[in-house]
Structure formats: C-alpha cells, structure tokens
Write a protein that binds this ligand. Sequence first.
Ligand code: FAD
Length: 392
Amino acid sequence: MTFTPLTSDFYGFATDLTETEQASLGQIRAFMEDEVQPVIDDHWHRDAFPMDLIPGIAGLGVIGAGWAESARFENSAVYRGWVALEMSRIDASVSTFVGVQNGLVAGSIGVAGSAEQRAEWLPKLADCSVVGAFGLTEPLSGSDSSQGLRTVARRDGDEWVIDGAKRWIGNATHADIVIIWAKDADDGKVKGFIVPTDAAGYSATKIERKISLRMVQNADIVLEGVRVPESMRLQEASSFRDTARVLRLTRAEVAWSAVGIMIGAYEAAVRYSRERVQFGKPIAGHQLVQDMLAKSLGHITASIALCVQVSRMLDEGRQADAHSALAKSFTTSHMREVVGWCREICGGNGIVTDYGVARFFADAEAIYTYEGTAQMNALIVGRAITGESAFV
Ligand code: FAD
C-alpha cells in the first residue's frame, strides 16, 4: 500500500517511519477514507456506532498486537500514535473505539493481567470477537478517581462481589467484558476485574443526547452484587498506581488523536476556503483567513513534534506521567483553538456537518475532557515542575 505523507504534516515527520509502518498506515488511511468516511455523518446524527465496520477495524491489525507473548505492544508507540492520528483525521469516534479496545482494555490486561489472562483475552480482543470497555469513572468520581472511587469489591471465598456504579463508559452498551476498577473492601486499594457483561447484577444504560462523540456508545453502569471468580481479577494490579500505568500509555495516544482532529478540521477548512467566493475571490485569498490557516498549521506542526517525542520517550522507557500529561493538555488545548478557527473559516456552514468541520468541532470537546481534563493534566505537570501537588 502506498503512503504519501499528509500535506498537513508540514515538516514531514511521517517520513521517519519505516517502510512497513508507512505501508500499514496507508492501509489504515484507505480504510478510513473509503469505508468510514462515507457513512460517518449519518451514524453521528443517529448516535449509532457502525457495528458492521468492527470486523474491518479488527482486520487492520492495530489492536492488541504483541501483548500475548511479550507483555508489551509489538509496534512502537510512535507508530501507534500515527494510527490514532490517521483514524481521528477521519473520525474521532472510530479512533476512540480503538483507543478503548486496544489501549484501555487490551492495555489493562497487557499491563496488569497474568500470563494466563493475557493468553486468554488478548487474541479475542485483537480480532474483536470480544469487545471490551474500561470502567473507571463514576457518577460521583471523575477527576479524583485515584482516591474517590465508591465501587467496592469484597472477597468471598474464591469469588469477589462487586457493588457500585460507573459513568461515561465507552462501548459499554455492546461490550462483552468491562474492566471494572473497584476498591478492595479489606485494604482500600484499587483493583481491576474483568467483568462479563452478562453477569447477574450488571446493567448498562446508554447516555443519550450527547453533543460530542455521538457515535461512541457511552453508558451508565450499575453493579449490584456482581460475582466474579478470583481468576478474573487482574493479577498484577494491586493499587491505583497500576491503573495509572495503563493511563500513561493511552494518554499520549489521546494527544495524537487531538492532532488528527485538528488535521481533519484544517483540511476541510482549506478545501472550503478555496471554493467559497466572497468579495469577488475565494476567501482563501483574504489575509485574515490565511492567518487562521497558518496559525492552525503552526499548532498542528508543534503538536506533531511534541507527540513524536513523547512517544519516543515511551518506546525508550523514559516517559513519566508528567510527559504524557503535558502532551495531552497541550494538544487538546491547541485543538480547541484550531477547530474554532476552522469552523470560523466556514462561516455559517461551519455549524452543519455537510461541510466537514462541524463534527470535528463538536467531537473535540469530549477529547478535551476524557482521560484527564486539561486542568488535571496541567496539575500533573505542575506537580512535576514545583514538587508540590495541588490536587492530592
Ligand atoms: P469532574 O471531575 O467533575 O470535573 C469537572 C471540572 O472540574 C473539570 O473542568 C475539571 O478539570 C475541574 N476540576 C476537578 N478537580 C479539579 C482540581 N483539583 N483542580 C482544578 N480543576 C478541577 N471514563 C471511563 O472510565 N471510561 C471510559 O470509557 C470513558 N469514556 C468517556 C467518553 C466521553 C465521551 C466522556 C465525556 C468521558 C469519558 N470518560 C470515561 C470519563 C472521563 O474520563 C471524565 O469525564 C473525566 O475524567 C472528567 O471527569 P468528570 O466528567 O467527572 O468531571
């Protein structure tokens, strides 16, 4: 598959990828442009996830690769970042589906599961014969989930009994398993459990009327005396530190996703500015429009550079929480400016999805908030700068 670096990758960072990685990205781009793009706005308006695309997504080979044997991803973090960018450039909901299935669910089992758990679940997650969800956030605990979880797991012989509630859990209405993070009633430490969604006492209700990432099926989950065997407890997760190990992997990918959203909106705005004529010439020829496009490209270019480096640091084993937190807060904040400028360039047409910018504009809001809000990520960076924690 041929791969041409995007013109919006202005400094050509993607040319540093290997030929194999470029070929694989070419395949992903073709799938996103040919299979996803044509159906996406309709699904977005109906807030329905295109379930029939899941086998095609699995066929791209981007989920769970390498975990089973090596307890780490086979592909480099830099490559995985470009995957998130290419997917989000067309649609952030499909990218979020992969982020949950691969980063959060396969990631939890890959990072914190035993060899047996990895062998059992990761191949099924990789081919999407099992769809997963990641249940950390609760109705009463979002940013403070490191300490505020109310969901409790009680040991009862060879089983655990889980009671509590989760909110915002992506894929949860159609998932087969959910990773539930709960406090052990005995030691108060956060532990992870693989909970089958057909377990007695488990229910998930779709969150309706979202204005962002409408295709992602987010749910409120209730757990009432849900029983799982000890073999379903993630064997290498003994406290929230282990949850944080998973989030450190995925947060950098969300930063990449923000760049993809910027690029999707920017490319649509460039197209529109060439076609839309005002005062006798395309608006692309007006100085203030060019200023917004140039500022957008500047944000995109700076964000790619930052993402490439933070992913390299992950590959080299020297990425700390503050590094991925800075990437997430920087790119998502800049994304908000870019989608705003791009929407502005399209005038009134910027608020209808037919012109290619409005969906990115709306979806950006959820990306800005999930996996740690911009403020919480800034506070993680602030703690690294000052040595003072402003939030715990
Ligand atoms: P809150 O924590 O209530 O925060 C509200 C505001 O207060 C924010 O602006 C926040 O930055 C600010 N704030 C809070 N504390 C401080 C502080 N100490 N200092 C300064 N400001 C502060 N969760 C999952 O577990 N699994 C999922 O699959 C999942 N998917 C999601 C998908 C979508 C579309 C969305 C919107 C959310 C998803 N989430 C998921 C939840 C997401 O991670 C949380 O929404 C996020 O962590 C923020 O929590 P909250 O919404 O409860 O906001």
